[in-house]
Design a protein around this ligand. Structure first.
Ligand SMILES: Cc1cc2nc3c(=O)[nH]c(=O)nc-3n(C[C@H](O)[C@H](O)[C@H](O)COP(=O)(O)OP(=O)(O)OC[C@H]3O[C@@H](n4cnc5c(N)ncnc54)[C@H](O)[C@@H]3O)c2cc1C
Length: 472
């Protein structure tokens, strides 16, 4: 059912000036061929001319490339390789500022249109507007990385939802179109100029990434659908189990579209549908508040909160970054991030709460570290996942709800196997005792650090700090 249609014919790298008028499909966060409205539009446009060809283009934009970090650089290159393979080696990769590169490709190819999936992020929107004004041909936006494009779900009075649950209901009422089944067949892909080749990503160290690309995304979906979807509601919070879809990176790079996943769900899968909707909600919030990528929506958190500073705080921040806080569930999560470029959602919430409410460090520092290491690092979901935990965002968790890092571990990793997997210094502790090494005579025999703070005391400090800004 999800076999890619591969009707591209022979590899075509020669320039064929004067035959037909080509169109360009500029790939960005849509590295797939299935259910791709912009691709269908590019093919349609090319076919209105006799023998029209489609130029599949990807631009390595130094601004995005340099800020991506080793994990996302490596993942992107793997995903581009998979895409190139499905294009029979015709992916035109150019390096440089899209504002100059895209018009150059248009001129060389003699193209009549450039087709894109719309980008709703702050950088992407500004970039597309600049490219549009530099082009002599239309920049045609069709589709987006979302089932419902940001800005479309509104209250009856036309204003935005600030709370998730009514957004979800309105998003459901709004609906989305069904996915197109196959990739377009017999496309005449064309590489009209020299390809700059795949960029060289930064060293990945010991991190092992899962397979990238559209085929890998569908394979992962099939595994999740057949083994875990039915139990998703029960298992999704268990850090020790493979109970979530682990599709975040595939969605981030558009190797699979959320609409395609939604079409596979039944009424019984509402909990999973709601998770997809969180992604849409946060994209909508970022679209309406672009500065919320880096600043708190509730500005008191940036302007008035008493955040900790000084050498002791920096040492604690370093312990958090390296998974040496002495709180096993927190450290296991931070080490999972360092070794897998991924962290379970429940643990993301716990480590974020620990940074903000136990160490009193602003969410932005944690968010930057996540963006640097998460393979699914996404500006909207990350900034607003952090702001939810901080209590500073739209429909945020209340600040006074402070996660207890020990009881969270006991609840969501009940026999300690997640902790033992990522913390070798605790591997000798059986069962749930891995969560509380201070209770075992052998707890610290393998060099695991003592807790860097007293959780109860720091919780009180956080609540007092919050009470102070609430009064203001
Ligand atoms: C502090 C913090 C930072 C986060 N940073 C990111 C990030 O950079 N990129 C990212 O994609 N998600 C982020 N999330 C949300 C969530 O943790 C991940 O989407 C999820 O863990 C990815 O694993 P999965 O694909 O197995 O999720 P599943 O549980 O299988 O969910 C399916 C999909 O739904 C979406 N989704 C699920 N939960 C959320 C959520 N709370 N917010 C937004 N989308 C959601 C994702 O696209 C996910 O892939 C963050 C959450 C927190 C608390």
């Amino acid at each position: 059912m999800h076999e890619l249609t591969r009707g591209h014919g022979a590899v075509r790298r020669e320039c064929v000036y004067g035959v037909g008028v080509p169109s360009i499909l500029w790939f960005r966060r849509d590295l797939r061929l299935l259910d791709h409205p912009a691709l269908l539009a590019a093919v349609e446009s090319a076919r209105t001319d006799l023998d029209g060809k489609v130029v599949p283009l990807f631009v390595i934009d130094p601004v995005l490339w340099e800020s991506a970090g080793a994990v996302r650089q490596n993942y992107l290159v793997a995903s581009l390789r998979a895409l190139d393979e499905s294009l029979n080696g015709n992916l035109l990769i150019k390096h440089g500022d899209p504002r100059t590169v895209v018009p150059e490709v248009v001129a060389t190819a003699g193209a009549k249109s450039v087709h894109i999936s719309a980008d709703f992020g702050p950088y992407g929107q500004a970039r597309d507007e600049s490219v549009e004004s530099a082009l002599s041909v239309p920049l045609v936006r069709m589709g987006s990385p979302y089932a419902v494009a940001p800005g479309r779900v509104n209250k009856d009075d036309g204003t935005a939802y600030r709370v998730y649950t009514p957004f979800y209901r309105a998003w459901m009422r709004h609906g989305w179109r069904a996915p197109a089944e196959d990739a377009p067949a017999d496309v005449d892909w064309w590489m009209p100029m020299e390809c700059d080749g795949f960029p060289t990503p930064a060293d990945l160290g010991d991190i092992i990434l899962p397979p990238a690309g559209e085929k890998a995304a569908w394979e992962r979906w099939e595994i999740f659908r057949s083994l875990s979807l039915t139990d998703y509601d029960d298992l999704r919070n268990r850090a020790d189990l493979d109970g979530t879809s682990v599709l975040g990176h595939h969605l981030k790079y558009g190797e699979i579209h959320p609409r395609s996943l939604l079409a596979e769900l039944s009424d019984a899968d509402e909990v999973y549908r709601k998770e997809i909707c969180w992604r849409e909600f946060y994209a909508d919030v970022l679209f309406r508040h672009p500065s919320s990528a880096h600043t708190s929506l509730d500005t008191r958190f940036d302007d008035q909160m008493r955040w900790a500073t000084g050498p002791e705080t920096e040492a604690r921040f370093d312990a958090w970054l390296t998974g040496r806080t002495g709180f096993p569930f927190v450290d296991a999560g931070m080490r999972q991030l360092l070794t897998a470029g991924w962290m379970h959602n429940r643990v993301r919430m716990v480590v974020a709460s620990f940074l903000i409410k136990d160490l009193h460090i602003p969410w932005q520092r944690g968010a930057a570290h996540f963006m640097n290491l998460l393979r699914d690092g996404d500006l909207a979901s990350n900034a607003h996942g952090w702001q939810w935990t901080a209590g500073s965002g739209t429909d945020a968790s209340p600040f006074y709800r402070v996660f207890n890092p020990i009881t969270q571990g006991l609840k969501f990793d009940p026999d300690g196997s997640y902790v033992r997997k990522y913390i070798p210094e605790l591997a000798h502790l059986a069962g749930k005792s891995a969560h509380e090494p201070w209770l075992s005579p052998e707890g610290y025999s393998a060099g695991y650090p003592r807790p860097i703070v007293d959780h109860k005391a720091e919780r009180e400090v956080a609540l007092a700090d919050y009470a102070a800004i609430k009064r203001s």
